[in-house]
Design a protein around this ligand. Structure first.
Ligand SMILES: *Cc1c(COP(=O)(O)O)cnc(C)c1O
Ligand SMILES: [Zn+2]
Length: 417
């Protein structure tokens, strides 16, 4: 497919041909948006072909992605995306929202949203014949790259903070990537990764640096669009939709915004949903900028138990601010104990989220309590990662179980309490 025609800088608007640049804008470091040739796409595919596709993965959107057919059918690599949207009777009512849905990204092959980005970056790596793909990660991006790469025999190198949750480090190691833990935070791993990729000629997946990560992440917007079309088939489209997204670097929210913009430009979507970003109070550089009405992202010294969104300097902050501003959305910040509360609440709906995954739900609760949602508005909350990724945090969200002698007397005594 020849619909990938170049990049446009999100800061200076300068355009580049596909072969001319690989990462951020050489002039100002701005994030590059991938430019697709919409008329060409429209010539070959319409919304109905997508809606009727039987492909149960993000590869159903191949005609609207900047990579070509990659094969590897029946591997985990080919199974990223196409996650379920769950109805949660009970959860929303408490807050006066009748129509609350959770899109569960923990169902991805390596159990987080990051598989979307990593699958598309690995496909790109194949096209440009990269020997090695490298990324910095708080854990999930690395696990996703390691898993997608392992599935197709691509070499991967991962840099992560030594403090990453053990389950995430275990995934990296089990997938057979070269794992290097840095005695520092995510931001220091990020900078080291860029230097290493330049020096050793590795292809760098870093979030908010490689333009293809947002292209992978936009597929979640395509799925939300398909889901919305399908549940409203034959009915008057009732409501507006608000989408809640946890935000660290700001690349998921930017990618989702890009996906909706693609669909709008193609004429397949007539109204872009409100996009509401949720950050941890201790890692809120993007929310701060949004509230100041500026696009200037001032780094913070991040401190939150939600490790996947613990970022000093968000690498996709400008586009992340715009995602909320241009869709009439907003930013919400939540405390760590509100995140733990959200883990427990989602658990009661049968959904197991890691702290960053539940952050979006904590933001929904806060927005609903503050009266920021209309009662006739449908709400979709993304759970971006599995609770199995961080069992220690999960245990903080619940009460300990009692331990008793294995006999009826002890049990009866306990039950009386
Ligand atoms: C990476 C990640 C996020 C945030 O994505 P950004 O692109 O960094 O904003 C949220 N939740 C989980 C589970 C993640 O792994
Ligand atoms: Zn630029």
């Amino acid at each position: 497919m020849g619909s990938f025609i170049g990049y446009r800088c999100s800061i200076c608007q300068h355009e580049y041909l596909p072969g001319k640049v690989q990462y951020n804008c050489p002039h100002d470091g701005g994030n590059l948006d991938v430019i697709l040739d919409y008329p060409t796409i429209q010539k070959y595919v319409g919304p109905h072909q997508i809606l009727e596709s039987k492909e149960p993965s993000l590869w159903r959107y191949l005609p609207i992605l900047p990579v070509s057919e990659v094969g590897y059918y029946d591997t985990p690599f080919h199974r990223a995306g196409y996650t379920p949207v769950f109805s949660t009777p009970g959860l929303g009512k408490e807050y006066g929202i009748a129509d609350l849905w959770i899109k569960d990204e923990s169902r991805n092959p390596t159990a987080s949203f990051k598989d979307r980005a990593s699958a598309v970056v690995v496909a790109r790596a194949r096209e440009i014949k990269a020997d090695v793909v490298v990324t910095a990660s708080t854990g999930n991006a690395g696990a996703a790259l390691a898993g997608m790469a392992a599935a197709i025999g691509q070499k991967a190198v991962i840099f992560a903070p030594r403090t990453a949750p053990p389950a995430k480090i275990a995934q990296l190691l089990v997938f057979g990537a070269q794992v290097i833990l840095v005695d520092g935070n995510y931001d220091s791993a990020f900078d080291l990764t860029i230097q290493a990729s330049q020096e050793f000629g590795w292809y760098c997946r870093n979030t908010g640096y490689n333009p293809f990560t947002a292209e992978g992440k936009k597929t979640a917007a395509f799925e939300i669009w398909e889901w919305w079309e399908t549940i409203h088939q034959g009915t008057v489209k009732p409501k507006k939709l608000a989408v809640f997204v946890s935000v660290g670097d700001g690349n998921i929210i930017s990618g989702i915004h890009k996906g909706f913009k693609d669909l709008y430009a193609l004429g397949w979507l007539d109204r872009i949903p409100r996009i509401i970003g949720v950050q941890a109070e201790g890692s809120a550089a993007i929310a701060n900028a949004f509230r100041q009405g500026t696009e200037e992202i001032i780094p913070v010294s991040a401190n939150t138990l939600a490790d996947s969104i613990s970022v000093d300097l968000p690498r996709d902050g400008v586009r992340a601010v715009r995602a909320a501003r241009e869709t009439n959305g907003t930013y919400i910040t939540v405390k760590d104990n509100e995140i733990l509360g959200a883990i427990a609440a989602l658990g009661k709906a049968g959904i197991f989220a890691e702290p960053a995954g539940a952050t979006s739900y904590a933001g929904f609760v806060k927005a609903a309590q503050a009266g920021l949602l209309n009662s006739d508005e449908a709400v979709l909350v993304l759970n971006t990662g599995s609770g199995l990724k961080d069992v220690k945090a999960a245990m903080q969200a619940v009460h300990e179980a009692p331990i008793i002698e294995p006999n009826m007397r002890a049990l009866k005594q306990y039950m009386k309490k």
